[in-house]
Design a protein around this ligand. Structure first.
Ligand code: PLP
Ligand code: COI
Length: 359
């Protein structure tokens, strides 16, 4: 399918765009265009368009507004050092979007259409990639139930959209070692639930825990498993890794309650390529604390598309707190950040063909 191109008749002037790109932060600066595509039971996927970004007109009875049948993705386009533009592992996001759709009883968007919609939008708005250190174009594909009906059932009509947002650092004031609050009150996902799907509802339920973490002076919340409240799962929008004094790294396994992060998967592959010992095993909050205190655990970091690789400096819970290593960025964390971003910027060989050039 071709996405019909309808240029924005009044794009943001170049000088104003330049001003917005100087320090875009995350998630506030949007480009001139967006992609849309519709699905209905009788027509399947149809009406693909790249057009001016504009507010939606929606019937207030659209089912997504009531029952939250919604999924999304997050991936980035980078300007490479040679001036070209590339996406990082978009097929992996396409596959996860399909698996999220299955879990939410929504139609699966064919991977080619997912990638095509994103390529067409990036091609149109590539001038919105900021030329600053760490700058990228964050792509936000999402699918909503648009049927006008208040009955509780999978909708018969859906609207797929892609937004593009100029991004600098996810963290206000730039990257630094973050402080985590371990939530013993709230959980994010339970066995049989939607933890492995990227659906808006997961984030809605995480907000109170994140708010609690911020109120207590921390940057992010870390969730424990819902059954035993013992095993470390992930943050609200990032996976987590642990680095030990024997050089091995560990991350929680994909048991269905955490998001299978594409950054997580990339780091596991890079670590295996480097010959590191890699464990995808459960790790308890008690062990994390004891190992940090004994020195067996030397680093921890969070990772995700938005957050890239972010060191964890401090951890606290209701009646404990501990520091990871020196409390600053560790060597292994810095090395993963460097090797991942070098591939994403075309500065290092790409042995797994992760970069997809946008012509
Ligand atoms: N975990 C959650 C809950 C997330 O929202 C994200 C972000 O997408 C991740 C992990 C990391 O996933 P990825 O590396 O694919 O961005
Ligand atoms: C991402 O890293 O793409 C995320 O989705 C995390 C957060 C912004 C929701």
């Amino acid at each position: 399918m071709n996405f019909v191109f309808e240029p924005n008749p009044s794009p943001v002037p170049a000088s104003e765009r330049g001003a917005r790109l100087a320090d875009p932060g995350f998630g506030r600066v949007f480009t001139d265009h967006m992609a849309t595509l519709r699905w209905s039971e009788d027509k399947g996927w149809h009406e693909g368009r790249i057009h001016a970004r504009a507010p939606l007109t929606m019937d207030p009875a659209s089912s997504v507004l009531h029952y939250a049948q919604e999924i999304f993705e997050g991936l980035k386009a980078y300007r490479l050092d040679n001036g070209s533009t590339a996406l990082f592992r978009p097929e992996a996001n396409a596959a996860r979007f399909q698996s999220s759709a299955r879990r939410l009883a929504m139609p699966e968007l064919p991977a080619e259409l997912f990638v095509e919609s994103i390529e067409a939008l990036v091609r149109t708005d590539r001038d919105w990639i900021p030329e600053i250190e760490g700058g990228s174009l964050y792509l936000r594909p999402f699918l909503i139930a648009s049927e006008v009906f208040l009955g509780v059932k999978p909708a018969a009509e859906y609207l797929y959209m892609v937004l593009a947002s100029s991004a600098g650092s996810y963290w206000k004031g730039g990257a630094r070692a973050i402080s985590l609050w371990v939530s013993h009150d709230y959980t994010r996902a339970a066995p049989g639930g939607t933890g492995a799907a990227k659906c808006g509802g997961n984030y809605a339920t995480s907000l109170i825990a994140q708010q609690d973490a911020i109120r207590r002076g921390h940057d992010q919340v870390v969730f424990l498993d819902a059954t035993e409240r013992r095993w470390i799962e992930e943050l609200g929008g990032m996976n987590i890794f642990f680095v030990f004094d024997d050089g091995g790294i560990q991350t929680p396994p994909l048991t269905g309650t955490i998001l299978p992060g594409i950054t997580r998967d990339s780091i596991l592959r890079l670590a295996r390529d480097q010959g590191l010992t890699v464990r995808e095993e459960l790790y308890s909050i008690d062990d994390w604390r004891a190992d940090a205190e004994s020195g067996r655990l030397i680093e921890s970091f969070a990772c995700g598309t938005a957050a890239v690789v972010t060191p964890i400096g401090k951890v606290a819970g209701p009646d404990y707190d501990f520091t990871i290593g020196s409390g600053a960025t560790g060597q292994t964390t810095a090395r993963f950040l460097e090797s991942l971003t070098a591939i994403q910027r075309g500065r290092a060989p790409d042995p797994h063909d992760w970069l997809k050039p946008v012509a």
